[in-house]
Structures are given as structure tokens and as C-alpha cells.
Ligand binder design. Sequence first.
Ligand SMILES: Cc1cc2nc3c(=O)[nH]c(=O)nc-3n(C[C@H](O)[C@H](O)[C@H](O)COP(=O)(O)OP(=O)(O)OC[C@H]3O[C@@H](n4cnc5c(N)ncnc54)[C@H](O)[C@@H]3O)c2cc1C
Length: 379
Amino acid sequence: MSVMIETEEHKALRAAVAALGKRHGRTFDREALWSEAAKLGYLGVNLPEAYGGGGGGIAELSIVLEELGAAGCPLLMMVVSPAICGTVIARFGTDAQKRAWLPALADGTRTMAFGITEPDAGSNSHRITTTARRDPDTGDWLLTGRKVFISGVDIADATLVVGRTEDSRTGRLKPCLFIVPRDAEGFTRRRIDMELQAAEKQFELVLDDVRLPADALVGDEDAGLLQLFAGLNPERIMTAAFAIGMGRYALGRAVEYARDRAVWNTPIGAHQAIAHPLAQAHIDLELARLMMQKAAHLYDAGDDTGAGEAANMAKYAAGEACVRAVDQAVHTLGGNGLTREFGLASLITASRVARIAPVSREMILNYVSHQTLGLPKSY
Ligand SMILES: Cc1cc2nc3c(=O)[nH]c(=O)nc-3n(C[C@H](O)[C@H](O)[C@H](O)COP(=O)(O)OP(=O)(O)OC[C@H]3O[C@@H](n4cnc5c(N)ncnc54)[C@H](O)[C@@H]3O)c2cc1C
């Protein structure tokens, strides 16, 4: 029996994206890379062929992001635009929404951000208070609330905002997804001053009675939670890809350096105190990738429940592997690890993002404790 972790097509995709990444490199121009990757079909590789996509899945999309990251030029908005928004619209959007968004998300001419995090809810997304109510006269939605840390709102044509509507039977609030155009009246943003060196910025958003047409609601008002999770699993898998790519990039720079740099009689890479932690970092990244591939495989096969557990574990493993790989890479370069010239120090901050977002390390450990191991909850 032959065991195949990745198909020949996957390997070819990896190689082609790696070559594109190599041409752009660490000092990449985000917009130029975005449009070139889109033209080559990489950004929409997971979207349906009928709407201009590649007809693949998250397995393919995660390969694209991982390889760009490994070349030093990750595209953060891939986690959001094709992976969350594209998936949710493709699976649950109306025909009109699919026609309006999917071909443009696939060819990169339009981008969509994603906003769930709120200042007072944080990790507890059950507590979000952004609320939509219907104007009884027009049928329009009126959306009011606040969001924080939302990436790329300035470069996105619209943001997919997670809000809540009131259930007319029970009066309880249920999650719903709305497409909010960047220039909608009452929709304002303030850039958050992050210590991150990245092309994509984070924003605090205020929605003050933002009037949206009835068809701004994506999917079914009564199945919002299910639809939301359909988007959150790809987000976790793509965050794993982002982290693994960054970890590989840092490890690659460290290995090159350790091979050449000699301060005694041998290169520093011959000292096991340098070599072993790099080997461990490599093993951790490989293991995280294996879990990411499992999660992507389950998700693409339609097993949302199985994918949920695996996507959480993959995100956890990749975030931890990335933080350790970056830490060891910086250390391997000694003083040069902290220079701008070598460009690794800024990854110390960047790698922490994978531990915090989109769901923190602790919330994944909670999930595994409760869901997988059946232990009681502390909260
Ligand atoms: C660079 C960046 C980009 C982002 N982009 C987006 C985006 O595009 N869209 C979006 O919606 N959000 C985005 N986020 C937000 C991100 O998803 C949140 O920061 C994350 O979910 C954590 O929420 P919080 O920051 O409110 O932390 P909190 O929820 O306040 O958590 C703080 C700490 O407490 C811990 N904690 C909380 N509850 C528990 C518990 N029950 N048990 C144990 N520990 C607990 C957490 O693990 C964490 O360490 C982004 C964040 C960053 C940093």
C-alpha cells in the first residue's frame, strides 16, 4: 500500500508557489505579490470553479500560504479573504452574493476582511454584542457595535462582520454574518498602534446604526452558528499555515548562518547546543504540518466536526512550533539576531500572533480538555 501525504499536484503547487515567493522575498511589495498570486490562480485555489476559483480546498490554499511564508512573504489576508469569507459565501451565500464576491475574491480584485473580536468579549465570542435589527419599513438591517484588532479593513472592500439578531420566538440573540462595505455610512475605523512590522494593519471599528440592505446578511439567519464555524475552521488551518511558513523561514535563515559562522575551529552549527534546538524546531514544524494536513483533509472531505478538533490542535501546534523556531533562530544569530539587517528580531513579535489569534493557546487547551478529554470546565 502506498501512503500519500501529499499528491503530485500538491507537490507541484508547493514548488510553483515557492518559486513565486523566492522572486518576491522578504522585502516584498504586498500589493504586487497579492495581484500576481491572484493572477496565477493561487488566491482562489479553494473557491468553486463555477465562480472563477480553482475548485480545490483548504489543503491547497494552506500550501500557498505556507510556501509564501517560508519564502519570507506571507499574505495575512489570505487567512481572511479567500479562507473565511470565500468559504462562508461559497457554502452559504445566495447566488447573487456568490456572483458578486467569489470571482473577485479569486482574481484578487476585491478583498474581504473578517470581524468577530470585540473589546468586551475577547475570547468569549458568545458575549459579542454587535446587534442587527430590522427596519420594519424597508427591511434593511441596522447594525450597531464595536470590534477590535480587525486586520486589513483599510485594504478590504468590505468586512464580514459577525453580529447577532434577536430570535423572534425566544428573544435570544443568535450570531449572524453581514457584509459591510468599507465606505458604509456609520462604519468608522481607527488604526491600532501595534508593535508589528507587517503590511496589514489592525483596526478598532465602530458601527453606529450602519444601514445595510436585506441581502447584506450571508446565509440563513437561523443557522448562523453553523455557518460561522464553517469559516472559523479554515481560519485556524490557515493560521497554522501562516505560522509554519514563518517558522520555516526563520529556521532556514538560522541554518544558513550556523553553517557559515565560525568563532572556534568549526561552524557554530557543529555545536550541538546550536544544532539540536534547530533540529527540534524542524521536527516540531513538521509535526504541526502533519496535523494541519489532517485538519485540511477532514475539512475538505466535509467533516466539520472532525476538522474542528484537528484545526484547533494544528493551530496550537503550529503556533508553539513557530514561536520556538523564531526564538531559536534569533538566538542562533547572536547579536545579528537583533539587527535590522538580518530581519529576524521583528519575527519575535510576529510569531506571537499565532499563539494569540484567532483563538489563543489557552482556549485551545480548554477545548481539548473539555471536548476531547471530557474534563470539567472552569468557566
Ligand atoms: C495581529 C492580530 C490580528 C488580528 N486580526 C483579527 C481579525 O482580522 N479579525 C478578528 O475578528 N480578530 C482579530 N484578532 C483578534 C484575536 O482573534 C484576539 O486577539 C484573540 O481572539 C484573543 O482575544 P483577546 O485579545 O480579547 O484576549 P482575551 O480574550 O482578553 O484573553 C487574554 C488572555 O487570557 C486568556 N484567557 C481568556 N479566557 C481564558 C480561559 N477561559 N481560560 C484560560 N485562559 C483564558 C487568553 O488565552 C489570553 O492569554 C487579531 C489579533 C491580533 C493580535
